[in-house]
Each structure stands twice: as C-alpha cells, then as structure tokens.
Design a protein around this ligand. Structure first.
Ligand SMILES: [Zn+2]
Length: 153
C-alpha cells in the first residue's frame, strides 16, 4: 500500500502466520500509520480515519480497499476449507484485483490452482508470491514440494 499523496509505502506487519487476518498493523521502516484501529473490521467507521504519518493525507479509502481485499481473502480461505475451490478462486482474484502486491493472496492463488490440477498456474502464482515476499512460507514450501515431485516422477 502506498500513500497516494506522498508515496510513502506501508506494508502489512510481517511475522506470525495469518497476521493479516488478525490486525491492521502496518509498519514501514520510517513511517507508521496512526492511530491504528485494533481490529480490521470491514468498513469500521468507529475509529478516526487513518492518516499518513508523513503528509497527513487521509488514508481511509486506501484502508477500506485493503480491508475489502482481506475480506475477499477470508472468504476464499473459508471456501477453501469447504473444498469449494472455484468459488474460492473467484474471491481470491477479487482480493488480488484490490491488492496485487500481497504475497499471501498469490500464495493462496497457487494453492487453489494446484488443488484444481493446474500446476503450471500454481507455480507461477507461487513465484509471484515470492517476488513480493521472498520469505512467504506457503510459496516456498509448495515450490519445494513441486520440485521434489517433479524429480521423483
Ligand atoms: Zn503521505
């Protein structure tokens, strides 16, 4: 995510798996957004609008889009757990359309492709995920697994 006014880049906090699902903590080396709402509730209007630390621009639209992307991502995860892969992929694509640089979304896209037998698609999604986050665990593990499978068969 980028401040549309001054271009300061905000990244979701890294760390525990699924951190994006739990909070709205964005951090960057030199800038943070404050105040942070404690929960990433969709369209939460209760908290004051987030502003850019550097230029004080109102970032609530940006956050709304991000929240919406996370919402689609959660729907996708939910549908995945019910083995409704094509529907999950639709939601995940919506999430990607809103927030293309999120590695987790690409990682999930890869997983969904793989589960539907689209291994080539899966590999390119995971590679995309690693481009945005070279530490992405799902993408790393899955690419590793595909490599081992390719060597053994
Ligand atoms: Zn700014």
């Amino acid at each position: 995510m980028k401040c549309p006014v001054c271009g300061t880049v905000y990244r979701p906090a890294k760390g525990s798996k699924g951190s994006l699902e739990q909070n709205n903590n964005f951090k960057e080396e030199t800038a943070t957004i404050s105040p942070l709402s404690s929960q990433s509730t969709l369209l939460s209007m209760a908290s004051p609008p987030p502003t850019c630390r550097r230029c004080k621009a109102d970032l609530s639209d940006l956050f709304r889009l991000h929240d919406l992307a996370i919402w689609h991502h959660r729907q996708a995860l939910h549908l995945l757990s019910q083995k409704r892969y094509p529907e999950a992929a639709v939601h995940n694509n919506q999430a990607l359309a809103l927030y293309y640089s999120n590695a987790d979304f690409h990682a999930l896209a890869g997983k969904l492709s793989a589960l539907q037998g689209e291994f080539q698609e899966a590999v390119s999604s995971w590679q995309q995920a690693l481009k945005f986050d070279s530490q992405n665990a799902i993408a790393c593990n899955c690419l590793q697994m595909i490599k081992v499978m390719a060597e053994n068969y």
